[in-house]
Design a binder for this molecule. Sequence first.
Ligand code: DAH
Length: 338
Amino acid sequence: MNITDIQNIFTEAEEKISQASDSNELDEIKHFYLGRKGKMAQVIKQIPELPEEKRPLAGKESNIIKGKIQSLLSDRTQQLKTGQEKTQKIDTSLPAVKRTLGGRHPITIVIDDICKIFEHIGFTLVEGPEIETDYYNFKALNIPEGHPARDNFATFYLPKDNMLLRSQTSPVQIRIMKDVEPPLRILSPGKVFRPDNLDASHSFMFHQIEGLVVDKKTNFTHLKASLSYFVKNFFGRDVTMRFRPHYFPFTEPSAEVDIACIICGGEGCSVCSRTGWLEILGAGMVHPNVLKEVGIEESIFQGYAFGLGIERIAMLKYGITDIRMFFNNDMRFLKQFS
Ligand code: DAH
């Protein structure tokens, strides 16, 4: 054994390493040359048998060669890794990642559609808080102590300071009338909460849109005209509507508005409970007590207001029979709207 033999081992190893095509092969090569009983170990074992003057050089050379083989092995390992990454990047045979595009939720679509219609006739969008006080949700709206709407079964109360989750969007009326001088013409969409049991037509969270107009010489005719404009633009030119006398504490007179059933055209079917009519919203002239509470002079200004439930309107428009469909996050349902 001499120095040339050691160098030959290196040349041989170098070639094998450069031809190795995966990490298993590299492991085998490593074992073969650098393992405990590998080629280099055998060489080193023979060094003591060399003539004394040759031993230091042979020892030194063996160490250098071991180091070189080791670094060739790690270089090749690295090379194979990045090579694999590169081929992965350009492997056009791999199935493509399917990307699903998000879309607007049907409730958002209906809110936007309704708001657009009212914006055409001068309404401005405003927002109010979902956590309210008893004052804005009830008292200022002329809803007296002991009214059933204040009941624990009708409102979610928070443990502190007379706070609650608003059960209607009407408190936004109060906030705006207190903050902004009339004339006012606002629309306020948002979430409301009521402790109802979840079923096909009830949910503990749903959406409403509140409308409010306060101006000089405002009367019921203006209310009728605005709502009729909305109904014709949203449901269709031929859809008729009617006002039915009703009671709300914050309006006087009050009405509920029905449209002719869009399923049966007014003939009577299961959706309209054979009446031919579908209730879509509540409305009325702002009650004098409410105007007084917010400091608006009722001899100069009058107002009208209305409130509609978005889920109900969306269900009627799209023929959806279960309110829970809106909140189940089922893509098969949601995809139909975007
Ligand atoms: N806040 C009423 C409700 O949740 C809806 C409503 C009725 C709003 C009449 C109004 C209105 O502004 O004038 O049932």
